[in-house]
Write a protein that binds this ligand. Sequence first.
Ligand SMILES: Cc1cc2nc3c(=O)[nH]c(=O)nc-3n(C[C@H](O)[C@H](O)[C@H](O)COP(=O)(O)OP(=O)(O)OC[C@H]3O[C@@H](n4cnc5c(N)ncnc54)[C@H](O)[C@@H]3O)c2cc1C
Length: 384
Amino acid sequence: MIVGGGIMGLWAALKAERRGIDTILVEAERTGSGASGGLLGALMAHMPDRWNEKKQLQFDGLLSLEAEIAALEAETGLSAGYRRCGRLIPLPKAHLRPIAERHSREAETNWSQQGRAFAWSVIDESPFADWPSGEFSAAGLVHDLFAGRVSPRSLTATIRARLHQSGRVRLVEGVAAHRIDPLANRIVLADGSSIGFGSLLVAAGVGSFPLLEALGPTLPKPLGRGVKGQAALMKVDLPDELPLLYLDGLYVVPHEGGLVAIGSTSENRYDEPFSTDGQLDALIAEARKLAPGLHEAEVVERWAGLRPKAIDRDPMVGPHPAHRHIHALTGGFKVSFGIAHLLADAALDSIVGKPLALPHSFSLTHHVSVAGRQAGDEEFTEIR
Ligand SMILES: Cc1cc2nc3c(=O)[nH]c(=O)nc-3n(C[C@H](O)[C@H](O)[C@H](O)COP(=O)(O)OP(=O)(O)OC[C@H]3O[C@@H](n4cnc5c(N)ncnc54)[C@H](O)[C@@H]3O)c2cc1C
């Protein structure tokens, strides 16, 4: 059974279906809700320098996503709005250029794998007129040819359609899991009913943390929390081949159908998680300066949601230390769309008893120990 049908839970349901596992997916609202119901869909790798196993995992995810989405689109006849569109990063200050050139050399090694090679080129001028405005690129620009974009809503709708086609995953929508009874192997739903499970994947975004915390041990700190993000969608007639733009946390992501997503704020403190405010207005104004082609663009949607951030920042996957048949699949924070399909495979492998093939810092066991250790309690010393 899977609780939560955002991008994590949906990939897990699809992968379970492909393995022939009988699956029920319980979703509080409608699949594709939560943070996965947002607008941005940037697929960007970490920097190509100082390579490590986390960067390799993300590289593998961003590379393999292309074929995963092509297969889904072929099966459903739908578009997920995916394109390896590349990214332009303006370099406003001279000291940034040698750093970018060093990254370019690192990319020649680290982004050249599995028969594919992706450049991180340092160029003097954008190949696309006024995209971005020249005033931001006094020292040139980086042209990253690995980055891509996907429409979050189209991708979740495509996976949902694929699940409906096969009918082998039972979707229970519109009712939240209230708590997990780990001894009776049941989840108790908000309407008072309950459903039994053999193994359980908790993929409920920020809703995962309280469900997992309630299983014990009692932790002095929460296992994770929601970081609010605001974004906007604009409508404008622009050429199809434009790359996404990135500058100091501001993303401008061209999508299909003349839509451009702008994001995102990153707010640790907020009173209203799902409403937008002046911070989004400021972001839109910055985007219009960076990309003058957006000056007259109509804002067609404003959106806010909560990213699931685990206590130790990395995703949170794998078996619960005390209840090995209950597994986490959450904590993707800002990068879930590029790696959810890989994390879902790793979680399903661990359900059938294989070791969790992910960096140790991704494991639920690790996050539980971090949440406990902050109290200085030896009981939470990590056993590896
Ligand atoms: C403004 C913004 C911009 C972002 N931009 C990007 C980006 O460009 N690229 C990227 O990769 N990521 C981005 N992210 C992050 C990404 O959206 C999230 O990491 C991802 O959507 C999390 O997916 P999830 O499936 O873990 O959780 P969610 O998408 O939150 O899904 C959880 C699901 O579980 C359901 N649920 C919750 N509690 C329960 C319960 N008790 N019982 C049953 N169901 C429950 C919810 O209704 C929801 O459908 C962005 C996030 C925000 C907010």
